[in-house]
Design a protein around this ligand. Structure first.
Ligand SMILES: Nc1ncnc2c1ncn2[C@@H]1O[C@H](COP(=O)(O)OP(=O)(O)OP(=O)(O)O)[C@@H](O)[C@H]1O
Ligand SMILES: [Mg+2]
Length: 422
């Protein structure tokens, strides 16, 4: 059983790529469910079917073709009202409290009902044992990160806000509320919060499992690549494994070797516009490789029309080039990790076969440049690390370990850091 989530910047082709992956897997004999956490409901549009189920139909799963089902979050899902009460309560609390620094930036707004209910559905479907593969079409990056950060964030709040002794809470409610300046939850809200916490922790276990991975969809444009680099680091911050980068809407000439692509000034006038894009996309593709290798990179061509319907999606999947791989293959252990440690954060990056003397580390605005014998990797720092300074770096057991401490006064810093040997 595999879970594959697709995310990326708005409009890059997440829904199309997720649907194409699902169709091609199903046609290869894999029992597949494709579902969306995106309230925009464009999954049905991509598949060319209506995914709306009857109002009183308890089963939101629609069969698209043999081996392939799709699910759209029901607008009448029973969890909707319950989530609203959690949302209302937490929003009041967020206003009165500083929130966990790990999620502060991404969690300025709580996910909406559709997204969160989709995660509940994901849990139900994963636990149903009906599928070999569940493909999840996520909302654009910011919302996805907010969604993925939620289980931990909610747990963080509940641990601090809800005393274990409910009786005590009841007895002390007026005094405790006055003392903290925060509204204390009523018994019913308390019960609802606990149930949600349990569900969300279960969902977090599914997301962090070795059978779950995220695929980053992007287009070969500089702005998109820059955002995707940050997304990759942020996903690591939340303990998710990215196992593939899909570069979508690539012009055939841009994907071809250098000599096949004419420079704009050599191209006939009517092709100058296209030639210009080919050159720009070629540069974009090099940037993608520099940023994401050794992650597998898949190229999906820019088709001459919108791929709508299962046949068109299967054709798009079949036209992919690069390291497409087997969708059911085991998820590889992730390279870079970022985790809280001693009041700061520790970033680790496996660098096989290197010694400290061969590693050069530079901080440049919101990036960390790691150079190893002539090769450079640009690590885009997630927002939480951007507000930190590097306090030390060591190479131990072929892993670069960089320590960060929060220090807003020193931000931005553009200093060269030294790498110590141990
Ligand atoms: N490879 C492709 N070739 C041609 N058209 C494509 C390709 N990929 C996607 N499209 C088209 O681009 C548009 C956007 O694609 P899609 O809806 O999949 O993006 P998205 O990332 O899910 O967007 P959103 O952020 O709004 O959810 C759609 O009209 C889709 O048909
Ligand atoms: Mg979409």
């Amino acid at each position: 059983m595999r879970v594959v989530l697709f995310t990326g910047k708005g409009g890059v082709g997440k829904t199309t790529t997720a649907a194409a992956t699902a169709v091609s897997a199903a046609r290869a004999g894999i029992k597949t469910l494709v579902m969306s956490t995106d309230a925009a409901h464009s999954l049905g549009d991509a598949l060319g079917v209506s995914l709306a189920t009857a109002r009183d139909d308890p089963d939101p799963v629609v069969e698209i073709e043999p081996g392939l089902c799709a699910l759209q979050v029901s607008p009448t899902h029973s969890a909707r009202r319950s989530w609203r009460s959690v949302q209302d309560y937490l929003l009041t609390v967020f206003k009165g409290l500083g929130i966990d620094p790990v999620v502060a930036d991404e969690l300025t707004q709580l996910p909406g009902a559709e997204e969160i209910i989709a995660l509940l559905e994901l849990r139900t479907q994963v636990e149903s044992g009906l599928w070999d593969l569940v493909v999840v079409d996520c909302a654009p990056t910011a919302e996805t990160l907010r969604l993925l950060a939620l289980p931990e964030a909610l747990a963080w709040h509940l641990d601090r806000l809800i005393p274990a002794q409910r009786g005590l809470l009841r007895a002390l409610r007026p005094a405790a509320s006055a003392a903290t300046g925060l509204p204390l939850p009523g018994q019913q809200v308390l019960e609802t919060l606990r149930q949600w916490q349990e569900s969300l922790l279960e969902i977090q276990r599914i997301l962090a499992a070795g059978t779950t991975s995220v695929r980053l969809v992007l287009t070969p444009e500089r702005v998109v690549v820059a955002e995707s680099r940050r997304t990759l680091t942020s996903l690591r911050l939340y303990g998710l494994t990215v196992d593939q980068v899909v570069v979508n809407r690539v012009f055939p000439d841009a994907a071809a070797p250098a000599q096949d692509c004419p420079e704009p000034d050599q191209a006939p006038a009517q092709n100058a516009w296209l030639a210009g894009w080919n050159v720009a996309q070629k540069r974009g593709l090099s940037e993608v490789r520099r940023s994401f290798e050794p992650l597998p990179i898949v190229i999906a061509p820019y088709l001459s029309e919108e791929p709508v319907g299962t046949d068109a999606l299967a054709a798009l999947a079949g036209a992919r080039t690069g390291e497409v791989g087997d969708v059911l293959a085991a998820v590889p252990a992730q390279g870079m990790t970022v985790r809280p440690e001693d009041g700061g954060f520790l970033l680790t990056l496996p660098l096989p076969l290197v010694t400290a003397a061969e590693v050069d580390l530079k901080r440049r605005d919101d990036e960390l440049l790691v150079s190893v014998v002539g090769q450079r990797r640009v690590l885009s720092l997630p927002s939480v690390l951007r507000r930190c300074v590097v306090t030390g770096a060591v190479v131990r057991n072929a892993t670069l370990r960089v320590r960060f401490a929060p220090d807003e006064r020193l931000w931005p810093v553009s200093a060269r850091e030294s790498v110590a040997s141990e």
